[in-house]
Design a protein around this ligand. Structure first.
Ligand SMILES: NC(=O)c1ccc[n+]([C@@H]2O[C@H](COP(=O)([O-])OP(=O)(O)OC[C@H]3O[C@@H](n4cnc5c(N)ncnc54)[C@H](O)[C@@H]3O)[C@@H](O)[C@H]2O)c1
Length: 351
């Protein structure tokens, strides 16, 4: 007998745009197959809704998510018909910023050697976590333009770094290392040229790190980190960095694990309603063709179940995904022949 609705975890499902509308139904199907005691509610926030009635987020939408749900499962936002991308900004950045989901957690795990573009690299060699600060930096939309459209135009994009914001993401990194039994936390910045923001990150990293004597501290400039991620990914454990650097290096890291189609992520504020989404975007050229890989969305769903302390169900999903990759029951981007729906069906059936 299934659990009564009142005792189930409540999940808001927002597929969004493009391939988000194809991969999220696969994740939902897989969650159902896992037997997780959850209650899922769909929301139509995205480009279609915006074009229909100009709504990006309904009034009190964020408060509703925070109060009525334990977690949010999201696809992606971005549609060529909405040139300003205003809906994506208001919905996705709105959830991250207004719900204060400060830790963007992106595990980078190679599931099968065949998926890595590097020679001689095994799954054990690519297993680290990138923590991206998710509420500050250059994505706060602070700045402005002056004398726009003239030869004297000036554009200023401000990089906001607060002591509180840096400290909590750095601490999250050390706590995660401790919890997962990882030995090293690396902080990446560009403090050689961005001295003020970098200086704050350096000081906070040292001070917080001293509270965790069993965990090694390491620093790299972010450009050097890109080089080392490709040359020797096995040296990394936990990487913590700011919003923009984290955005960029996780696309590179996704390539190490088989591409954007397989990369999951979460946006966490411990103890609060948190958000889970594949790293990829809405990939408009792929949309409606049943070719997008659903694995990133499905692994994000497994991360969500772990966050909800439904570990056995999450484990079943992870194991089924691993088996689908071993048996090449996947979409074409990672060497299989299945469509989006069929890949989702295979994983659900395997569970
Ligand atoms: N979190 C988000 O909602 C998010 C993230 C990134 C981009 N976007 C938006 O998505 C739109 C497209 O952006 P983009 O093309 O730069 O990035 P994208 O991630 O949508 O696609 C880039 C490329 O990655 C590959 N790819 C992505 N997802 C895949 C999947 N599931 N299966 C197989 N291959 C996959 C494809 O080759 C694709 O062309 C834009 O509007 C952008 O703003 C949204």
């Amino acid at each position: 007998m299934s659990a009564p609705i009142s005792s189930r975890k409540r999940i808001a499902v927002i597929p969004g745009d493009g391939i988000g509308k194809e991969v999220i139904p696969q994740a939902v199907k897989v969650i159902q197959a896992s037997g997780a005691p959850v209650h899922m509610t769909d929301f139509d926030w995205g480009a279609d809704r915006y074009l229909r009635d100009q709504t990006t987020v309904p009034p009190d939408g964020f408060a509703m998510l925070a109060h009525d749900f334990d977690a949010i499962l999201v696809g992606a936002f971005g549609d060529p018909r909405v040139k300003t991308n205003i809906h994506a900004k208001e919905i996705l950045l709105g959830m991250r910023f207004k719900m204060d989901l400060y830790a963007n957690v992106r595990p980078v795990r190679l599931l099968d050697a065949a998926l890595c573009p590097l020679k001689g690299v095994e799954p054990k060699d690519v297993d680290f976590v990138v923590l991206r600060e998710n509420t500050e930096g250059v994505y706060t939309d602070a700045g402005g333009v002056f004398k726009q459209g003239t030869p004297d135009e000036i554009a200023i994009q401000e990089d906001i770094n607060t002591r509180k914001g840096v400290e909590r993401i750095v601490r999250f990194g050390f706590e995660l290392a401790r919890k997962q039994g990882r030995k090293k936390v690396l902080m990446a910045d560009k403090s050689n040229v961005m001295r003020y923001a970098g200086g704050l990150w350096q000081r906070v990293f040292r001070q917080v790190g001293e509270e965790y004597p069993g965990i090694e501290r390491q620093h790299m400039f972010v450009d050097a980190l890109c080089l080392h991620l490709v040359r020797e990914p096995r040296q990394f454990d936990v990487i913590v960095t700011n919003n923009m650097f984290g955005d960029i290096i996780t696309d590179l890291a996704a390539a190490l694990q088989g591409g954007l189609g397989v990369a999951p992520s979460s946006n966490i504020h411990p103890g609060r309603t948190s958000l889970f989404e594949p790293v990829h975007g809405s990939a408009p050229p792929f949309a409606g063709k049943n070719i997008a890989n659903p694995v990133g969305a499905i692994l994000s769903a497994a991360m969500m179940l772990e966050f909800l302390e439904l570990n056995a169900e999450a484990e079943r999903i992870n194991a089924a995904v691993l088996e689908s990759i071993r048996q090449k029951k996947t979409t074409q981007d990672i060497g299989g022949t299945l469509g989006t729906r069929e890949a989702g069906d295979w994983i659900a059936a395997r569970i």
